[in-house]
Write a protein that binds this ligand. Structure first.
Ligand code: FAS
Ligand code: PHB
Length: 389
């Protein structure tokens, strides 16, 4: 086979990139390791920055999001029993946040790919990326046991944190920045009416988050030990712990029910530089991971795709390679901003094993400052809603 852009990974980054390129008559192929059903079973992000909403609309995949998504003026924070504030992005930036799950976005992207006859080859094995430091890169893979090869102009590495793309960049070129947090998030999905707001809780028992996917689908998280085991967390124990971490009037409004999904995710900050090497360009989790406290992971994948697709379109349509040469530096500027915000909110809202009374007073004073200072809250809101592309 021959294509212009070979895309490794059929998650949100790979599917969105292939759709935008295809709409600009740029030939591309997506290679995905898992089945479509497996990819769609993953429960992940839930909150979109306004910039992401606009990218999805411009790509022609925003209709269902606009019908079924839920706009919020911002995200609440509760602490010390009755204290609360709103990260009021609507008031301070004029932009709301959109609650619309990554699973639905991936479904919409698969449907759009199918409607355009996009080439997404799933359940591939042993993907190999070759000659990216030359002018004739190619990708090899196995499908149903048959060895295949795709000659291409460029390779887009959209294969997530555990993919192979990042590992194709030589060790003496790539620089890794990493921080692992001493806790994880235990997440639950239930077919129950959610709270009408999205709220983070800073509590002595640990962080908690109340979110949603639609009027009959709730998403909740509690901070848990890194070595927590799901079999120690029957639904009843989860609901009791979740309610214990919210103020009573809010906890009393939480509608419990049987979990339809329950999982534990470790938290880490991870950035790989550069995001480009020769004819290989990384986008999404293959290049960076942020703790989900700032709802930035999926949004960064979308902004990477915005930059990379714009650069490839400028190259193929106008012969202008400048944006592609600047892609890594441009994307990383936004990545580091989101990495810092996610680290800041994780540090502000979680209980760390080595925290003493002073550290806890620092958290409380920061939260009180955000609640009383418009300039402090404006600063947080412009980052939370997503810095301009
Ligand atoms: P993805 O990991 O989604 O997709 C990569 C794809 O590449 C996968 O389908 C994988 O099967 C495929 N692949 C991997 N190796 C391959 C190979 N060798 N060959 C071919 N294909 C290969 N973000 C938020 O904003 N909020 C959240 O609450 C949130 N929760 C999360 C919970 C978990 C457990 C995880 C892991 C992530 C979470 N994230 C969250 C971040 C998440 O949403 C990512 O940012 C998002 O999935 C990024 O999309 P991609 O870059 O496409 O990577
Ligand atoms: C979610 O709805 O899954 C969600 C919301 C906000 C976050 C992280 C996850 O910061």
């Amino acid at each position: 086979m021959r294509t212009q852009v070979a895309i490794i990974g059929g998650g949100p980054a790979g599917l969105l990139l292939s759709h935008i390129l295809h709409r600009s008559d740029i030939d591309c192929v997506v290679l995905e390791r898992r089945s479509r059903e497996y990819v769609l079973r993953r429960i992940r992000a839930g909150v979109l920055e306004w910039g992401s909403v606009e990218v999805l609309r411009a790509a022609g995949v925003g209709d269902r999001m606009d019908r079924e998504g839920h706009l919020h003026d911002g995200t609440g924070i509760v602490w010390s029993g009755s204290r609360h504030c709103l990260i009021d992005t609507k008031k301070f930036t004029g932009k709301p946040m959109m609650a619309y799950g990554q699973t639905a976005i991936t479904e919409d992207l698969y449907a759009a790919r199918d409607a355009m006859g996009g080439v997404v080859i799933d359940e591939v094995d042993d993907v190999g990326i070759h000659d990216i430091d030359g002018d004739t890169p190619f990708v090899t893979f196995r499908k149903n046991g048959d060895e295949q090869r795709i000659d291409c102009d460029y390779v887009a590495g959209c294969d997530g944190f555990r993919g192979i793309s990042r590992r194709t960049i030589p060790q003496d070129i790539i620089r890794i920045y990493e921080k692992e947090y001493p806790f994880g998030w235990l997440g639950i999905m239930s077919e129950t009416p959610p709270l009408d707001e999205i709220v983070y809780a800073n509590h002595p028992r640990g962080f908690a988050l109340a979110s949603q996917r639609n009027p009959m689908l709730s998403r909740y998280y509690i901070q848990c030990e890194l070595d927590a085991d799901l079999k120690d967390w029957p639904d009843d124990r989860f609901w009791d712990e979740l309610k214990a971490r919210f103020p009573t009037e809010m906890a009393d409004r939480i509608v419990t029910g049987p979990s339809i999904e329950k999982s534990i995710a470790p938290l880490r900050s991870f950035v790989a530089e550069p995001m480009s090497y020769g004819r290989l360009h990384l986008a999404g989790d293959s290049a960076h991971i942020v703790p989900p406290t700032g709802a930035k992971g999926l949004n960064l994948a979308i902004s990477d795709v915005h930059y990379l697709s714009s650069a490839l379109i400028a190259l193929y349509r106008d012969g202008d390679a400048k944006l592609l040469e600047q892609y890594s530096a441009t994307a990383l500027k936004r990545v580091w901003g989101a990495a810092r915000l996610s680290w800041y909110l994780t540090t502000l809202l979680h209980r760390f094993p080595d925290q003493g009374p002073f550290d806890l007073r620092m958290q409380e004073d920061e939260l009180e400052y955000l609640a009383r200072s418009e300039s402090a809250m404006r600063n947080l809101c412009e980052q939370y809603v997503g810095l301009p592309f």
